[in-house]
Design a protein around this ligand. Structure first.
Ligand SMILES: Cc1cc2nc3c(=O)[nH]c(=O)nc-3n(C[C@H](O)[C@H](O)[C@H](O)COP(=O)(O)O)c2cc1C
Length: 385
């Protein structure tokens, strides 16, 4: 199998077949089936919300590459009048810098430095993208694409602005069309650094109440994931946030770290170390989350497995899709294809190699002859979403 993997790595570096999960099942008897926001997907690797999911061309390239799923850029919610309480998040900024970053523990990684925030075009433009997303989500050979929103978040003595929740959710539901509307609600790193998020009780109230606010505002069924932030408090508070989020259908854990001195969000190894440590702490305290999706410094198949072993049924990447081309071992293909090739087929660091190692180490067992990716989250005690 190892020889076969080395040969596949070589071959697929020239061209990755879109149906590579079928090949992995046939060649290695490994079932990569994963799940995001209630839907089964052929493998766990998806794209996190951001600058790489802003237009139909990016979605088509991801569909063609065989990506697992995509979360659209975060829309800043508005009322029927166009008023936006989170207006400050709708700023325009195009310049991104992909940089090497050394973590506190001395590990070299990558981060993207960017001063922008949410969707900076009109609601009408976003709704057009959601219609494309819904078509892709329904198509055979399509792609599971999910919208993302940032809604009003009140101070403790204030009510939620229902009008903003109602208008934006109804418009999204209309654009999505029939069936359950999937939605990820973003609590971003810049929010973590904002005075709005300087009080613990306030954040816990948001996390506890927002899923129902969205459900009540929606004209039909809706499935809500919360993308939780890395607050500027300690690990124990992150666990409190996870516990408070029990009403969500899924949790994306956790958005980037925020550096208050520089006023920017960052990732790299500091981010994955914190995220994995908090998930360990939460599970040690008996917490069992539903529908977990990991995000933060996923730059190898082994890191996908680190998140999976802590209950994540999928992962969402941004930075690894933005590396200089010379950083990917593949010779050809879109960035998405090159990233998938490295993440899945790298002979030592890839997902297939990592799952074979987990089998050899007695951590993962075959069922019905297959090693199953979702068994990792299941044995971590994650409740099914
Ligand atoms: C330039 C940039 C823009 C982003 N914009 C958003 C956003 O609008 N909404 C959101 O939920 N996350 C956003 N993210 C966070 C990513 O989706 C992802 O969760 C995070 O970067 C951690 O993954 P990574 O280490 O693979 O980059 C953004 C990240 C980057 C680098």
């Amino acid at each position: 199998m190892r020889a076969r993997l080395a040969a596949d790595f070589e071959r697929f570096g020239r061209e990755l077949p879109r149906d590579f999960p079928d090949h992995v099942r046939d060649a290695y008897r490994i079932d990569l089936t994963a799940r995001y926001l209630g839907r089964e997907i052929p493998h766990p690797i998806g794209k996190g919300s951001g600058q790489l999911s802003l237009n139909p061309d990016q979605l088509e390239a991801d569909r063609a590459a065989g990506l697992g799923f995509v979360v659209l850029k975060t829309l800043v919610a508005e009322e029927a009048s166009g008023a936006r309480s989170m207006e400050a998040w709708a700023i325009h900024e195009t310049r991104m810098r992909v940089e090497r970053l050394r973590s506190a523990g001395g590990r070299e990684g990558w981060t993207v430095t960017w001063k922008g925030r949410g969707w900076d075009r009109s609601l009408a433009d976003y709704l057009a993208l959601v219609r494309t997303a819904a078509d892709l989500a329904r198509a055979r050979d399509g792609l599971w694409v999910v919208p993302s929103v940032k809604y009003h978040l009140p101070r403790l003595d204030e009510p939620f602005r229902e009008a903003e929740y109602a208008h934006t959710t109804a418009e999204l539901a209309r654009a999505w069309g029939a069936g359950e509307l999937p939605l990820e609600k973003d609590f971003s790193p810049t929010l973590a650094g904002d005075p709005l998020a300087d009080e613990r009780r306030r954040i816990l109230r948001w996390v506890a109440e927002v899923p129902d606010r969205i459900r009540r505002a929606a004209p039909g069924p809706v499935r809500v994931a919360l993308k939780l932030m890395n607050a500027l408090f300690d690990d124990a508070f992150q666990v409190e946030m996870l516990e408070a989020a029990a009403g969500a259908d899924g949790l994306t854990v956790f958005n980037r770290l925020f550096d208050p001195a520089r006023g920017v969000a960052y990732g790299g190894w500091d981010l994955s170390e914190r995220n994995l440590r908090v998930l360990d702490l939460a599970r040690a305290r008996g917490w069992r989350g539903r529908g977990l999706s990991g995000t933060g410094n996923v730059s190898s198949g082994r890191m996908v497995l680190e998140y999976a072993r802590r209950g994540c049924e999928s992962v969402q990447l941004h930075t690894f899709f933005q590396l200089p081309l010379g950083e990917y071992p593949a010779e050809r293909g879109s960035r998405t294809q090159r990233a998938l090739h490295a993440l899945v087929f790298h002979p030592t660091e890839g997902l297939v190699a990592g799952m074979l190692d987990l089998e050899a180490g007695g951590v993962l067992e075959r069922r019905g002859g297959l090693l199953r990716f979702l068994d990792l989250a299941r044995s971590a005690g994650a409740a099914a979403s």
